[in-house]
Design a protein around this ligand. Structure first.
Ligand code: C5P
Length: 423
C-alpha cells in the first residue's frame, strides 16, 4: 500500500519516525511530507534515510513535477502524525500553503489525523470546531491519550503509541476499501472524535400546512432536506437528535428520533416540549406565518354564482422568536433559518440582519431564494449571521456541507466559556 505520512511541527514528531519504520517493515511504501516546522524537530536526513526518498516541505520545489498532485494521486491513505492545532486549522480551512496541506486538498484518499498538542489547545473551541469539521468531512481522528505532555504538565493531548497509530492507519485504509465495513464499525476501530456526544438537539424540518377544510391547505415548497441533513450530521457527530418534521417524505437518518407534525400549532407544541431538554434548538422548518381563522369542517363548495368567500387569516406564533426569547435551558444555543429575496426595503443581507436582531437567535442561516433555487434541491448557499446580525461567513455546497458548517459554528458557541444567549 502507498502511504503518505504527513508530519507537523510538534515534539511528538519523533514518534512518527517509529510509525514510518513499522509501516515499512510491514511492506508498505511510505513517503514523508513534513511541514517546515516539523523539520525543526526531525530533520530531512532522518526521513530520507528511513524512506529512501527525497523529502521536502515546499510546494515550489520540483514545480515541473506538480508534486502535490502526483503525491495526492499516488497515496492509498494519508496519515498526519502528529497533527498540530495549526495543521488541523489549516486543513479545516482548506488552505494549501505548503506541500502537506496542498497534498491533502488534491488527494481523494482516506485521511487520518493523530492530533497531539497541549490540553488547552486541544480543548479550545477553535480546535474543537476544526476537528468537528474535519470529522464531518470523513477525516478519521485518532484522539490523543491522556498523559505527560511537553514539560511537567499532563492531560489529554499526548500522541498515542506508534503501534496504536499504525493499526489505526491500516484500519482507516481498510475501512474505506471494504464496502462491507459500516461507518459505525470503522468509528469503533478508529475511535472517531464525536464532539456532540452527550448533547441533545432538536431540529424542525419541512413545511407546515394550515387546513382550509378537510382536503385543502395553505402550505409552502420546503422539502425538509436541509433540516434532515442537519439531523444526519448532528447524529454522526455524537448528538442525541430529535427531528420534528412537517410534511416530509425523506428517509429518517440513522440514530435520529422522528416526530411528525402537520400544522404550525402541532410544530409549536412539539418544539416547546423538546426544547426543555435540548442543548441546541434548530428551527429549519418553513413555518406558515398565518393560518385560516376558521377552517371549515366540510369541503368548501363554490357558490352558485361562482362567488368566492374571502379568506380570513390570523397570525401564527413565531416559534423561533419565542424559543430564543425564553431559553428552556441555561447556555442553550438557538439557531434559525431565513429565506430572503430582498425587496424595496433592503437587500437580502440587510433584511436578514434585521431579522437576526429581531428573532434573538444565536445564529441565523440565511438563504437567498430570489430565484427559488433552494427548495427541493440538494445544494444550498448560505450566509451565517450571529445574533447581532454580524456575518460570520458564507458556505455553498451540498446541504450536508452546509449542515457541517452550521454544526462547526454551533460547537464553537457551545464550547465558548462565556456563551450567553443573545435573547
Ligand atoms: O420570519 P421568517 O419566517 O423569515 O423566519 C424564519 C425563521 O423563523 C425560521 O427559522 C423559521 O423556522 C422560524 N419561524 C418560526 N415561526 C414562525 C415563522 C418562522 O419559528 N411562525
Amino acid at each position: 500500500m502507498n502511504i503518505i505520512l504527513g508530519v507537523s511541527g510538534g515534539i511528538a514528531a519523533y514518534k512518527a519516525v517509529l510509525v514510518v519504520r513499522a509501516l515499512s517493515e510491514r511492506g508498505h511504501t511510505v513517503r514523508v511530507v513534513p511541514t517546515a516546522n516539523a523539520l525543526r524537530f526531525v530533520g530531512a536526513p532522518t526521513w530520507e534515510a528511513l524512506t529512501g526518498r527525497r523529502v521536502t516541505a515546499e510546494v515550489f520545489e520540483n514545480v515541473a513535477d506538480v508534486e502535490h498532485v502526483a503525491l495526492g494521486r499516488w497515496a492509498d491513505v494519508i496519515a498526519v502524525v502528529p497533527a498540530t492545532a495549526d495543521l488541523i486549522a489549516r486543513a479545516a480551512a482548506g488552505r494549501a500553503d505548503d506541500l502537506l496541506t496542498a497534498t491533502l486538498l488534491t488527494s481523494r484518499a482516506p485521511v487520518l489525523m493523530a492530533p497531539a498538542m497541549h490540553t488547552e489547545m486541544w480543548q479550545h473551541p477553535a480546535t474543537v470546531a476544526n476537528v468537528a469539521l474535519l470529522t464531518s468531512r470523513g477525516v478519521r481522528i485518532v484522539p490523543p491519550d491522556d498523559g505527560r505532555l511537553t514539560g511537567p504538565d499532563s492531560g489529554p493531548g499526548r500522541l498515542p503509541d506508534p503501534q496504536v497509530i499504525v493499526s489505526e492507519i491500516l484500519a482507516c485504509a481498510a475501512g474505506v476499501q471494504s464496502s462491507r465495513r459500516s461507518r459505525s464499525d470503522t468509528a469503533e476501530v478508529v475511535g472517531e472524535f464525536r464532539p456532540l456526544t452527550g448533547r441533545t438537539v432538536v431540529i424542525s424540518a419541512g413545511g407546515t400546512r394550515e387546513a382550509l377544510d378537510p382536503v385543502r391547505y395553505l402550505g409552502n415548497r420546503s422539502s425538509g432536506r436541509q433540516g434532515f441533513a442537519l439531523a444526519e450530521v448532528a447524529a454522526r457527530l455524537g448528538a442525541e437528535v430529535s427531528l420534528v418534521a412537517a410534511n416530509t417524505t425523506l428517509p429518517v437518518p440513522e440514530g435520529v428520533r422522528l416526530t411528525e407534525v402537520v400544522s404550525t400549532a402541532e410544530l409549536h407544541t412539539q418544539m416547546v416540549s423538546h426544547a426543555r431538554n435540548a442543548d441546541v434548538v434548530v428551527m429549519a422548518a418553513a413555518v406558515a406565518d398565518f393560518r385560516p381563522a376558521a377552517p371549515e369542517p366540510h369541503k368548501i363548495k363554490k357558490g352558485a354564482d361562482g362567488a368566492v368567500a374571502p379568506l380570513q387569516l390570523i397570525e401564527n406564533p413565531d416559534i423561533l422568536a419565542e424559543l430564543a426569547g425564553r431559553r428552556r435551558r441555561p447556555q442553550q444555543v438557538v439557531v434559525g433559518f431565513a429565506a430572503e429575496t430582498g425587496d424595496h426595503a433592503g437587500s437580502v443581507l440587510q433584511l436578514a440582519q434585521a431579522k437576526a436582531r429581531r428573532k434573538g437567535a444565536d445564529l441565523l442561516v440565511v438563504n437567498d431564494v430570489s430565484n427559488g433555487q433552494v427548495f427541493g434541491s440538494g445544494d444550498n448557499a448560505v450566509t451565517l449571521l450571529d445574533g447581532r446580525g454580524v456575518p460570520l461567513g458564507t458556505v455553498s455546497g451540498s446541504k450536508t456541507e452546509v449542515a457541517e458548517a452550521v454544526w462547526a459554528t454551533v460547537i464553537e458557541l457551545l464550547g465558548g466559556p462565556d456563551h450567553e444567549p443573545a435573547g
